[in-house]
Design a protein around this ligand. Sequence first.
Ligand code: NAD
Length: 283
Amino acid sequence: MNTSSSESGSVLPKLTIPRNLIGQKALVTGANSGIGRGVAIALGEAGADVAVNYVVGDDAANAVVDDIRRGGVHAVALKADVSSEDQVASLFERMIQEFGTVDILVANAGLQRDAAFREMTLEQWNTVLGVNLTGQFLCARAAIREFLRRGVVPSISCCAGKIICMSSVHQEIPWGGHANYATSKGGIKMLMESLAQEVAPHRIRVNGIAPGAIRTPINTAAWQTKEAYEQLMKLVPYGRIGEPEDIARAAVWLASDYSDYVVGTTLFVDGGMTLFPGFATGG
Ligand code: NAD
C-alpha cells in the first residue's frame, strides 16, 4: 500500500511501508492533523491497530480512522485533551477497552502560542507547556504503567513497549519569539532521556523524533508563500520542506523491532537544519 498522507500535496515518492507492526496496538496523540495524522496512517500501513487521539475536529479524526481501516486494520478515534490528567486516564482506559493493551505510544500533540517574550502572557506560557510537555508526561506515564503490567509478549515484539516523543529541532535551536515552545521541546529532550534511562531495564524503549520544518497547519506562515518558502530554504541544506511522511517513516522504524537497540536517542529528521547552514559559506 502506498502512503499519501500529506494534506497539502506531498512531493515525496510513494514507498511501501514494511508490515512489521502486525498485531501491535498504537496510540498517536494529536493524530487528526499534520504529522500525527501521517504517523497514524503509516503505523496502520505497517499493520498496527491505531487509536487516533484528537481534541477538536471530529470529522478530521473520523476521516483518518476511515483511511486507516481501508488498510484492513482496526482504528478508533478517541477524543481527549492530553494536558488534562483525568482525560488522559480515560483515554488510556478507552484504548485498553478497545484494543486490550498499548504497545506503541507516539506522544505527538503539540501547539504554539507565539509572542515576544515581554508580551508573553502566563496563559500562553502555561498552554504550551501544558500540552507539549505535561501532555507528554501524562501520556508516557499511563503507557509505562500498561507496559509494566503486561511485560514482553515475544510473539508481538521483543520489548515491552515503545514510546516516541515528538520533539523538534528547537530542543537544540533557541527560538526567539517562541520561548514557551522552545522550552517545551528542551524539556521533552530531558523527559525522554531520563525516562529512557529509568525504564530500559524493563525492556521499554523511549526515543524522540526532532522534526525540522514540516509542511503542516502549525507553520503555514513559514511555507505558504513563495517568499516565505525561499527564506525557509536558507535554513534547510537539503533544499526542500519536510512532509509528514518523512516523520511517519522514521516513527514506523523507531516503533519496530528493527530499532531494538535504539534507546534514549533523538532522531533528527530535518533536512540538515541542525547543521548550522550559515557556516556552509561563512564562519
Ligand atoms: P498540527 O497543528 O497539524 O497538529 C497538532 C495536533 O495536536 C492536532 O491534531 C491538534 O488537534 C493536536 N492537539 C493540540 N492540542 C491538543 C490537546 N490539548 N490534546 C490533544 N491533542 C491536541 O501540527 P504538527 O506540525 O502536525 O505538529 C505535531 C507535532 O510535531 C507537535 O508536537 C509539533 O511541535 C511537532 N513539530 C512540528 C514541526 C513542523 O514543522 N510542523 C516541527 C517540529 C516539531
